[in-house]
Design a protein around this ligand. Structure first.
Ligand code: BES
Ligand code: MN
Ligand code: ZN
Length: 498
């Protein structure tokens, strides 16, 4: 789908969208268009009980006297409370409405659209961004119905007097969309295709955007002593991989310690010997969503040439039951030297994270680490599909991330932590065990990871199992992989680390 910004509408378009604020007089393009068809638009809105609330759409087919097939009257909601997200949602909703019905081009007339709350050039760009995010499709494995189900909407042309400024804004947002799409693609890929080596291969492609990519294979991981990560992987036929991606947009001035983003990348989580029940097992291909969000974020940063220095590290393994699988009761030695009694082989994410976190700290001495992981089912029970859990050892970092989440819609809810939770991890025979009691499970999982955070490092852990996959279409994402995390991390880095 092409997106353009121009001061005048192109000719030969199939549909037009215009905007209306609730309770306000129709004005600008909406009023002009309505006059051209003798008030048919206003009549249609009355009949449809259209109020003009944000992202409400009234569609008028074959309007008399106009040479388009349809006009969409789009509600803005009260503009004084508007924010960028309101316009993104409008764009997403408009796209969902027109993708399969409009033939060719849709004109979105934003002439005269003003809001004291949002920058004027930002409004059309945000609408376009919302449309771009919503238009995402994952079609790789459709062979038969591919043609018929293709969207017919080929182009959205925004009419705006600020075309150049909008283009600049949109270019930056397109970098974000590209990162979100990489993450969605990776999460959507089936687990027989996207196993650890293939994931690493996809990450290698980031070198074309100026990212340095280094892959540690099984042999190297053994030499280095990634005992916890290797234990998770040992029941799988696929070789584990740890991938380190470095993006330095500081032009070599990146003398300051880099930021580390670490991602859990379990390409399929069968649970291991503590095998999961049948129901919903196919969804456990998304257990690499953390690693995918790290990949997408790096791509976005590189595409928009962000002035920051970021290390992304992904721990890629498959967690399978087999004759060579790790047993409940095994003791593994982590890279840090600490030993872990594996009580439950399905609590594998923390075993992957503890080693990659340790490696990243030893090698890069970061001041800040954010780890992204679909770590516990308990977080999904607690927060549903609305928030991810945030666990953090640093007040300012937590506030920054929560605020970035509110601005982007990748929302975070902070959990408490503390010694009283941590003590449940003590083991009879090793330094710790990988599972405590059921109560407070997500917090205890976070406490486990925290045991591998070195003194002086600000660390945040995002547990987002409920956010990685949408059961239903939303304004900005079709049903399926959401790309959660990319917008969050990009916004946080852009606000606090550039
Ligand atoms: N990856 C899962 C958590 C998960 C499951 C996230 C489903 C999102 C959807 C994790 O590795 C896991 O299996 N956690 C278990 C551990 C427990 C069985 C010891 C959990 O939290 O239920
Ligand atoms: Mn598991
Ligand atoms: Zn898992």
């Amino acid at each position: 789908m092409k997106i353009r910004f121009a001061p005048k509408p192109p000719s030969g378009v199939d549909a037009i969208a215009v905007f209306v604020e609730p309770g306000a007089q129709w004005q600008g393009p909406a009023a002009e268009l309505d006059n051209k068809c003798q008030g048919q638009l206003r009549r249609a809105c009355r009949v449809a009980k259209f109020k003009g609330s944000a992202a409400e759409v009234c569609e008028v087919l074959a309007p008399a006297g106009l040479d388009v097939s349809r006009v969409l009257i789009v509600g803005l909601g009260p503009l004084k409370d508007a924010n960028p997200a309101v316009f993104e949602n409008i764009g997403g909703t408009l796209c969902a409405h027109t993708m399969g019905s409009v033939d060719g081009a849709l004109v979105v007339d934003t002439t005269g659209l003003e809001s004291a709350a949002v920058d004027a050039a930002d409004m059309p760009a945000r609408i376009a961004f919302g449309a771009r995010l919503r238009a995402y499709r994952f079609d790789r494995y459709r062979t038969e119905r591919r043609k018929e189900s293709q969207p017919t909407l080929a182009e959205i042309a925004f009419v705006t007097p600020r075309a150049r400024a909008c283009e600049t804004r949109f270019k930056r947002l397109e970098a974000v969309a590209a990162g979100v799409f990489l993450t969605r693609d990776l999460v959507a890929e089936p687990p027989n295709v996207l196993y650890p080596k293939e994931f690493a291969q996809r990450l290698r492609q980031l070198t074309q955007h100026g990212i340095k990519v280094e892959v540690l294979g099984e042999k190297k991981l053994k030499q280095l002593g990634f005992g916890a990560l290797l234990g998770v992987s040992q029941g799988s036929l696929f070789e584990p991989q740890v991938v380190i991606c470095e993006y330095d947009g500081t032009g070599g001035r990146g003398k300051r310690a880099p930021i580390v983003l670490a991602g859990k990348g379990v390409t399929f989580d069968a649970g291991g010997i503590n095998i999961k029940p049948t129901a919903g097992l196919e969804t456990l291909k998304m257990d690499m969503g953390g690693a995918a969000s790290v990949a997408g974020t790096l791509m976005t940063l590189a595409l928009r040439k962000a002035r920051c220095h970021v290390i992304g590290i992904c721990g890629l393994v498959e967690n399978m039951p087999s004759g060579s699988a790790q047993r409940p009761g095994d003791v593994v030695k982590t890279l840090s030297g600490k030993t872990v009694e594996v009580i439950n082989t399905d609590a594998e994410g923390r075993l992957v994270l503890c080693d990659i976190l340790w490696y990243a700290q030893e090698r890069y001495k970061p001041r800040v680490i954010v780890d992204m992981a679909t770590l516990t089912g308990a977080i999904v029970i607690a927060l549903g599909q609305e928030y991810a859990g945030l666990f953090c050892n640093d007040g300012p970092l937590a506030s920054q991330l929560i605020a970035a989440g509110e601005r982007t819609g990748d929302r975070l809810w902070q959990y408490p932590m503390g010694e009283a939770y941590d003590k449940h991890l003590n083991s009879l025979i090793a330094d710790m065990r990988n599972l405590g009691p059921n109560e407070g499970r997500s917090i205890i999982a976070a406490q486990f990871i925290k045991r591998f955070v070195q003194p002086g490092v600000a660390w945040a852990h995002v547990d987002f199992g409920g956010m990685v996959w949408a059961e239903q279409d939303t304004a900005l994402s079709p049903q399926g992989a959401t790309g959660f995390g990319v917008r969050l991390l990009d916004e946080w880095i852009s606000t606090h680390h550039e």
